[in-house]
Design a protein around this ligand. Structure first.
Ligand code: SAM
Length: 375
């Protein structure tokens, strides 16, 4: 699979879609809200642009995408309404993702979004600033914008996705694993680390050309608290349980062992130190703030969560739907669509047993970086 061309979250809004299965990612957007608000406010005060250009990178589609847009509009609306009536600020949003993203889903949601934004502002006696939303397909590992043109970059739960499976990770070097698993050789973990370093540095370099001096960047990633890549927890635990599921299918003769051995997920959870170091190497960006937060690792809605055996079963099903919404395009292109139902049923069972076990569970660690472009 060529990631830039073929990778996408599950489209539409049916029960298996990303739009219906992205509650964990929503928690990450909500966790970063205070930093996003601070960034919007600081751009307004420091740069007072007539037209503020805001880009969301790896926006996907569904409620989370518009949640970020709404946070930015509301902040500007509340801070700036009535203050500069003669020349009110306008906002241009660019929503970026890979070409396979369901951009139409976003565009079709906009009419209702506009109505509710106008209504919410009107309830506070305010008028939303004029704003314009455009979709921007392309990889964030390449140039996306003209030089010095973006005031605020935002990206949530996206830059852990690598541009490719780590370079030089070939054949069965990571036998029986699909990510950094318990039996992954340290040399393979190092290849993952190298690929992240290369990709994230490239990401920062591209953005440094595009951001206006003094502009801000808020990046939230699924990261790890622990320095040790072999004890990352969170998303890595989910990949380990998925890997177990694939090993079950190999044992049943449903999947060839070589197919499993040659599948590696292009995803890396960095530590805060790794991120800091890479930003420092970039030299054109200052770190204004860095926050580590543990968000609830449950894929169910807060209102759906209950106690007991059936609750753990439902949690297994929800997590399975959530992981499938993100991973189906990758798995189907490597193993074929025929294994999807069985694999994610086995995963749901594995996840249910995991949460019923005595093992101490952690949530998902998210790291929010607040960066400022030097003058
Ligand atoms: C887990 S989703 C997060 C989406 C959204 N920000 C949210 O909070 O729900 C990750 C998104 O990053 C996108 N993505 C991954 N690699 C990308 C790349 N190189 N360039 C642009 N988008 C990318 C994926 O297509 C996917 O939509």
């Amino acid at each position: 699979m060529k990631i830039e061309r073929d990778f996408h979250m599950m489209k539409g809004d049916d029960e298996f879609s990303y739009a219906e299965n992205s509650r964990m990612q929503k928690r990450a957007v909500l966790a970063a809200k205070p930093i996003v608000e601070k960034a919007v406010r600081e751009v307004c005060i420091d740069l007072h642009p007539q037209l503020m250009v805001i880009a969301d990178l790896g926006c996907s589609f569904g409620a989370n995408t518009l949640l970020f847009v709404s946070e930015a509009i509301t902040r500007i609306c509340e801070d700036h309404n009535n203050t500069i009536k003669e020349s009110p600020m306008e906002i241009q949003f660019f929503l970026n993702d890979l070409p396979g993203n369901d951009f139409n889903h976003i565009f079709q949601s906009l009419e209702q979004f506009e109505q509710s934004t106008t209504h919410d502002c009107a309830c506070k006696g305010l008028q939303p600033p004029a704003h314009f939303v455009a979709g921007l397909p392309g990889s964030f590992y390449s140039r996306l914008f003209p030089s010095n043109s973006v005031h605020l970059f935002h990206s949530s739960m996206s830059v852990m996705w690598l541009s490719q499976v780590p370079e030089h990770l070939d054949g069965s070097m990571n036998e029986g694993n699909i990510h950094i698993g318990a039996t992954t050789p340290p040399s393979v973990a190092k290849l993952y680390q190298n690929q992240f370093e290369k990709d994230f540095s490239q990401f920062l370099q591209m953005r440094c050309m595009e951001i206006v001096p003094g502009g801000r960047m808020v990046l939230t990633v699924a990261g790890r608290k622990n320095k040790d890549v072999f004890h990352a927890g969170g998303t890595t635990t989910l990949f380990e349980l998925l890997s177990q599921g694939l090993r079950t299918l190999v044992a049943e003769g449903r999947v060839a062992k070589e197919k499993l051995d040659s599948f590696n997920i292009p995803f890396y959870c960095p530590s805060a130190d790794e991120l800091k170091q890479l930003v420092q190497q970039c030299e054109l960006l200052d770190i204004s703030d860095i926050q580590l937060l543990e968000i609830d690792g449950n894929a169910m809605d807060d209102s759906e969560q209950a106690e007991g055996i059936s609750a753990t079963h439902t949690a297994g099903e929800s997590m399975s739907a959530s992981l499938r919404a993100a991973m189906e395009s990758l798995i189907a292109s490597h193993f074929g669509e025929g294994i999807l139902e069985e694999l994610f049923t086995v995963f749901a069972r594995n996840f249910t047993s995991y949460i019923e076990s005595d093992v101490e569970k952690s949530g998902v660690t998210v790291i929010t970086l607040y960066l400022q472009a030097k003058h």
